[in-house]
Design a protein around this ligand. Structure first.
Ligand SMILES: [Fe+2]
Length: 181
């Protein structure tokens, strides 16, 4: 007697490559940052950040970014994207929050004490991050440019920008990545 096997719904994504993970993106930014010729090809501007879009793995969004001394991103998140970034030259500082923010429906939020994290990322160091990661990235050097490689998956649909006064975080605006770059 044969038992009919249940029919499985066909999955259109089955044949496609799996979505890149944080680890995949970190591996990509590490390999890319080691490409000295590519890193050296980025035009640098003492007045502001510069960037070149790269082809990230598995349909991810990737960027090579130059940071003059004293520049930074301000606080922002990456919505539902996971990501990774790594310093190729110079040194960056990442300030981040070890907490998950409510997704929507708030304008200001008082952060609990102890949620702040600081990472110094000299050349060759970076990190991956999960969905809803909130951070700011800075080049705190007085005299040295920094260059870094970034990758996000899915490609950034929008980011939310925040201002911060002490422990109070305020949602300022929602931007598309074109505005952010
Ligand atoms: Fe970011």
């Amino acid at each position: 007697m044969s038992v009919p096997s249940p029919s499985l719904p066909s999955s259109p994504s089955r044949a496609a490559a799996p979505a890149p993970t944080q680890a995949d993106l970190l591996d990509f930014v590490r390999r890319t940052a080691a490409d000295a010729e590519l890193v050296a090809s980025l035009p640098l501007d003492p007045e502001g950040r510069t960037w070149v879009r790269l082809q990230g793995p598995g349909g991810s969004e990737a960027w090579l970014i130059g940071w003059p001394p004293g520049t930074g991103t301000g606080w922002h998140d990456h919505a539902d994207s996971v990501g990774a970034f790594l310093t190729a030259s110079g040194e960056l500082t990442e300030n981040s929050l070890a907490t998950r923010l409510p997704t929507d429906g708030w304008k200001t939020l008082e952060l609990t004490e102890g949620v702040d994290r600081v990472r110094r990322l000299p050349a060759g160091r970076g990190r991956g991050f999960g969905r809803h990661h909130v951070h700011e990235v800075l080049n705190e050097s007085r005299d040295r440019h920094a260059i870094s490689v970034h990758a996000y998956y899915p490609p950034l649909p929008r980011i939310r920008r925040y201002s911060r006064t002490g422990q109070v975080l305020r949602l300022e605006q929602v931007e598309r990545p074109e505005d952010w770059q």
